[in-house]
Write a protein that binds this ligand. Structure first.
Ligand SMILES: [Zn+2]
Length: 294
């Protein structure tokens, strides 16, 4: 993604990984071969491969304002034990080097904002140092939605008490709790403002406390939507939730509201997993919507 502007704000993308990881009908159960075929003219080959796999990207955004550098979502991270997810297991991604190419070091980040607490959105919250998980961004305040934190904290406590598998592949324990223990976490409610014009808003369904980040400056508008959409193929039918959605019906409602709100406007949508260039606009087309990068 080229650097994007929202008024006086600047947005860059920090890539962790990109590729065609899974079949589309695995990521989006319920999508039909007929639907894919009817929309292959715009979905393929950029968003969906010829053999119907989803092209996905794992990345963060850095929203730079005159006052703050805000990192939005934190990918899967390095050295994490994720045996059930090989693409995230004991990885050595060049993520921090990619961030350095933007002229940014970990100490330059003022806020880290995770739209939700799945393992591919919290990983870089921490890094392994002398066998311990320590905050990667030591000067940052890590902003979490109260509703999201309290949900996963409860699930985590239950798992520990009953000897069950740790939630989210262990990422709550190795990528969330260490920043809480370090005193760097801020639990906030919907409507929290990082600064004038930049607001966290609850957008539940994908997870109980899933959020989006809304940015407005000088009449321009951008939305950082995390996993409200995983692939543009969901724009064919807004009721198509992903396999990873906690409440597929509520996720569909949230998705539909956002898409109808943004369609055919100048608002830039910064997606959580669409392939590069990852940001674009939603347009309406006959009985469905599409995603366009230019
Ligand atoms: Zn995700």
């Amino acid at each position: 993604m080229q650097t994007q502007k929202i008024g006086q704000f600047k947005v860059d993308m920090v890539l962790e990984s990109e590729g065609s990881f899974s079949p589309l009908d695995f990521v989006v159960p319920g999508i039909t071969a007929e639907q894919i075929a009817a929309h292959s003219d715009w979905l393929k080959p950029v968003f969906v491969t010829d053999d119907n796999r989803v092209n996905m990207s794992f990345h963060s955004y850095v929203l730079q304002t005159p006052k703050h550098n805000i990192l939005i979502d934190a990918c899967a991270g390095n050295d994490k034990e994720r045996p059930l997810r090989p693409p995230w297991h004991r990885q050595q991604f060049t993520y921090l080097q990619n961030m350095a190419k933007l002229g940014l070091q970990p100490n330059d980040i003022d806020f880290v904002c995770c739209t939700h607490m799945h393992a591919d959105h919290v990983g870089w919250n921490t890094r392994l140092h002398n066998g311990q998980w320590v905050p990667t961004f030591p000067r940052a305040r890590y902003v979490f939605a109260n509703a999201e934190y309290s949900h996963w904290e409860k699930v985590h406590r239950h798992a520990v008490a009953h000897g069950l598998d740790a939630p989210n592949h262990g990422s709550f324990a190795d990528s969330v709790l260490p920043v809480v223990d370090a005193g760097l976490a801020m639990m906030v409610d919907s409507g929290f403002e990082f600064e004038a014009g930049i607001q966290l808003q609850l957008a539940p369904g994908h997870t109980p406390g899933n959020c989006l980040l809304d940015a407005r400056s000088n009449g321009e508008h951008g939305v950082f939507a995390g996993d409200i959409l995983h692939t543009p193929a969901q724009l064919i039918d807004l009721s198509l939730s992903s396999r990873f959605c906690h409440d597929p019906v509520l996720a569909a409602q949230t998705r539909s509201e956002l898409v109808h709100q943004l369609a055919d406007t100048s608002t830039l949508l910064f997606t959580g997993h669409f392939p590069s260039p990852t940001a674009g606009r939603i347009i309406s087309k006959n009985d469905h919507f599409r995603f366009e990068n230019n």
